[in-house]
Design a protein around this ligand. Structure first.
Ligand SMILES: Nc1ncnc2c1ncn2[C@@H]1O[C@H](COP(=O)(O)OP(=O)(O)OP(=O)(O)O)[C@@H](O)[C@H]1O
Ligand SMILES: [Mg+2]
Length: 497
C-alpha cells in the first residue's frame, strides 16, 4: 500500500480513529482524576573514605568510596532500609523510595515520592538519618573501637516540595490522545485488511466484467424523501440519475435495451430507490417509462412512489384484469405496474410464460420498462425475470456488498442467461474519488436551459415546444377497480428455456 492508500483508508474509517482518540483522551482524563498528584522530595548524601592521611591513601579512599556507591544504592532500595525508616518514623506510610548516582560520583540522591509533600520530605530526611547509621553498622570491622573505612553523610537535606512531580493534566491528556490515535490508526488499517466489501469502481468492474453506469451518493434524507422529483433540477442526486440515464443509453448503441431488470446481490442495496429515480430521469427526457414492481415478496416500489399496490402484476397474470386496467400514473410522468396481491409462489409466477407475455406487451407500449426485483442471491426471482428481458443492472451498496456477493450475483445472472448491462454503486461517500460532487453547480439552471433553447433554432425551422410527458394511454378510473380477493392462483406455465 502506498501513502495515498493509507490516507484513503484513514479518511474512509475516520470514525473508528476518532472514536479511539476520544476513548484515549477520556481514559487519560479519568486516570488523572482518579490518581492524586504526587510530590517528590530529594536528599543528597556523600560517600567518603575515613583514611586520608597520605595522598595515596586519599586516592585509594576515593576509589573505595566510588566502588561502595553502587552497593549503598542497592541497600537503600532494599527492604532493609525501609524497616529502619519505618522504625524511625513509627509509620509504614513511606511512599516510593529510590536512590541513584551518576557514574564515577560519590553522591547518592535519594528520592521519596508521596501524595503528601510534607510526608515526602519527612521520609526523605529520615532516610538521610538512617543511611549513615546503617552504612556505619555494615562497614565497621568486628572490633568495637575500630572505625569504618567508609562513611556516608547527608549533605543536602530534603525540602518540602512545592510543585507535584507526577505528570500534569495536559501531558496526561496528550499521552492519552496520542495513544488513542495510534490505536485508532491500527484499528482502521486492521479493519481495512479484513474488509471484503466493495469500495471502488475498478474493483466492481473487475468483479462483474461490466461497466459502472452510475454512482449515487449516500444522502441521509433519502429514506424520508426517496424521489428526486422533490429536489432541485440541479441537485447532485438528480444529476447522478441523469448520468445513469445517459450511460444506460450507451451500453450497447447498436442494440438499445428497453426492458431492464434492476437487482442486487442482497437486500437493502437501493434497488427500489434506483428504479424509481432512474424511471423519473428517463421520463423527464421524454421517454415513455413503466416501472414494474416484480418484487412479489417485499414490494416497496409502489409505496416509494406514493401509489397503491392492491392490483398489478399478479392481477394481470391471474387473468383478472388487463394491463391497461392496472397501470397507475406516478410522479415525474412515470407509469407503474405494481405487484398486486402477493402470491405464495413468486419464483414460478415470475418465470412463467404469462410473465414473459406481460413483459412483451409492456415492451410494445413503452420505450423503457424497468423491473424492480428482489435480491438475486437469496431468491431466484430476479434471475427468472431477467432471462426474459434485455438485461440487468446490478446495484451494489458501497462498503456493504462484499466482493463474494458481487461474484455470486454475477454468476446467478449468468446461469439464467441474463445479460449484465452494468452496475450502479449506491450510498457512496459524498466526497473522495467516488463522489459525484464534481457535478455540483455544473448543471445549467432552468433559466439557462430556457435561454439556450430559445436561442437555438429548431430543425426545419419548426418552433420548439417542450416534449410532452407520454400520453396517458390508460384510464385512471379503472385503476384499483378490481381485486383478486383471495382467488386461487392459476398454475403458471413455465417459460421454455
Ligand atoms: N442514496 C441513498 N442514501 C441514503 N439512503 C438510501 C439511498 N438509497 C436508498 N437508501 C435507503 O436504503 C434503504 C434501502 O433502499 P431500497 O429499498 O431502495 O433498497 P432495496 O435494494 O430495494 O431493498 P430490498 O432488497 O429490501 O428491496 C431504504 O431505506 C432507502 O431509503
Ligand atoms: Mg426493493
Amino acid at each position: 500500500m502506498t501513502l495515498p492508500d493509507y490516507l484513503r483508508v484513514l479518511r474512509d474509517r475516520w470514525l473508528v480513529v476518532l472514536a479511539l482518540v476520544v476513548v484515549g483522551g477520556l481514559a487519560a482524563g479519568a486516570s488523572w482524576h482518579l490518581r492524586p498528584p504526587e510530590y517528590t522530595a530529594t536528599v543528597t548524601m556523600y560517600v567518603s573514605a575515613q583514611t586520608t592521611d597520605t595522598a595515596s591513601a586519599a586516592y585509594q579512599g576515593a576509589q573505595l568510596s566510588e566502588q561502595r556507591v553502587t552497593s549503598y544504592i542497592e541497600v537503600i532500595n532494599s527492604d532493609l532500609l525501609r524497616e529502619d525508616v519505618v522504625r524511625a518514623l513509627r509509620s509504614d506510610d513511606l511512599g516510593r523510595i529510590s536512590a541513584e548516582s551518576a557514574p564515577d560520583s560519590v553522591l547518592i540522591r535519594v528520592s521519596v515520592t508521596h501524595p503528601s509533600p510534607e510526608r515526602a520530605a519527612a521520609v526523605a530526611n529520615a532516610v538521610g538519618t538512617v543511611v549513615p547509621r546503617l552504612v556505619d553498622d555494615l562497614e565497621r570491622p568486628a572490633s568495637t573501637d575500630a572505625i569504618a573505612p567508609v562513611s556516608v553523610r547527608t549533605v543536602k537535606p530534603a525540602a518540602v516540595p512545592v510543585a507535584p512531580s507526577s505528570i500534569g493534566l495536559p501531558v496526561t491528556l496528550a499521552v492519552g490522545l496520542l495513544g488513542g490515535l495510534a490505536l485508532g490508526i491500527g484499528a482502521a488499517l486492521a479493519r481495512n485488511a479484513l474488509d471484503r466489501s466493495v469500495t471502488d469502481l475498478d474493483q466492481l468492474r473487475l468483479l462483474t466484467g461490466a461497466p459502472n453506469l452510475g454512482t449515487i451518493a449516500y444522502d441521509g434524507g433519502v429514506p424520508k424523501r426517496p424521489l428526486t422529483v422533490h429536489e432541485d433540477e440541479q441537485s447532485p442526486r438528480r444529476e447522478a440519475f441523469r448520468t445513469l440515464r445517459t450511460n444506460l443509453r450507451f451500453v450497447d448503441v447498436d442494440n438499445p435495451r428497453s426492458v431492464i431488470v434492476v437487482t442486487s446481490a442482497v437486500a437493502g442495496e437501493g434497488k427500489t430507490t434506483t428504479t424509481a429515480n432512474l424511471g423519473i430521469a428517463l421520463a423527464s427526457a421524454g421517454h415513455r417509462v413503466v416501472l414494474v414492481e416484480a418484487d412479489l415478496r417485499r414490494p416497496k416500489l409502489s409505496e416509494t412512489l406514493g401509489l397503491d399496490n392492491a392490483v398489478g402484476v399478479t392481477s394481470v397474470l391471474s387473468g383478472d384484469l388487463r394491463v391497461d386496467q392496472v397501470i397507475q400514473h406516478g410522479p415525474g410522468g412515470i407509469h407503474l405496474l405494481s405487484s398486486g396481491p402477493l402470491p405464495p409462489n413468486p419464483s414460478e409466477i415470475l418465470a412463467s410464460q404469462q410473465m414473459a407475455a406481460l413483459i412483451a406487451e409492456l415492451r410494445e407500449r413503452y420505450d423503457t420498462v424497468l423491473i424492480d426485483t428482489p435480491p438475486v442471491l437469496p431468491v431466484t426471482d430476479a434471475a427468472a425475470v431477467a432471462s426474459a428481458t434485455d438485461g440487468a443492472i446490478l446495484v451494489c451498496r458501497h462498503r456493504s456488498t462484499t466482493s463474494d456477493q458481487v461474484t455470486s450475483a454475477r454468476a446467478a445472472l449468468r446461469s439464467a442467461s441474463a445479460a449484465l448491462l452494468g452496475t450502479v454503486f449506491t450510498m457512496a461517500p459524498r466526497s473522495g474519488p467516488l463522489a459525484y460532487q464534481q457535478y455540483r453547480g455544473y448543471a445549467r439552471t432552468d433559466q439557462e436551459r430556457a435561454a439556450a433553447s430559445a436561442r437555438r433554432p429548431a430543425p426545419g425551422g419548426v418552433p420548439r415546444v417542450s416534449l410532452p410527458v407520454p400520453a396517458a394511454a390508460l384510464d385512471d378510473e379503472q385503476v384499483g377497480g378490481s381485486r383478486n380477493n383471495g382467488a386461487p392462483w392459476p398454475q403458471p406455465t413455465p417459460r421454455p428455456r
